[in-house]
Design a protein around this ligand. Sequence first.
Ligand SMILES: [Zn+2]
Length: 156
Amino acid sequence: MKCEQVQRRLSAFLDGELSKKQASRISEHVSGCPHCQQEAESLSAAWEQLGEMQEVHPSPHFWIKLNARIAQVEQRRFSLDKVRRFLDRLLVPATVVAASVFGLWIGGALYDVQRTDEPEVWEQVTASLYLDALDDFPAGSIGSVYMELISDQEGL
Ligand SMILES: [Zn+2]
């Protein structure tokens, strides 16, 4: 028998739960293997210490209080799950609304700036929004069409 097999059955062996044949095989291995002997001794010592521990007698209301507490925790978790699901459902529409508001704000700001007859202000604004990156797009591309739309000029 291998040490691993013996050690897996040590607990059952010490409790006398094995058949005579299995018990004698394990006993034979343990008596000839210092490693498994050590393992058996420490397991047996742990069982002895557990047996010496005082038995706890809970109050008669313990189980009722414990069940109430578990129900309370589950109720709270259920409420948090509901809030989380609600927020998850809200996240996508909120992001779309925020992006739309931001887009409208940028569009409005560009429209206002574009209406001023100061080309240097327009250049500053487009540069700060990195819209000048669209200047390099060839005629007829999305970038040039966008610049046409917001600048009200043709053939940018
Ligand atoms: Zn062994």
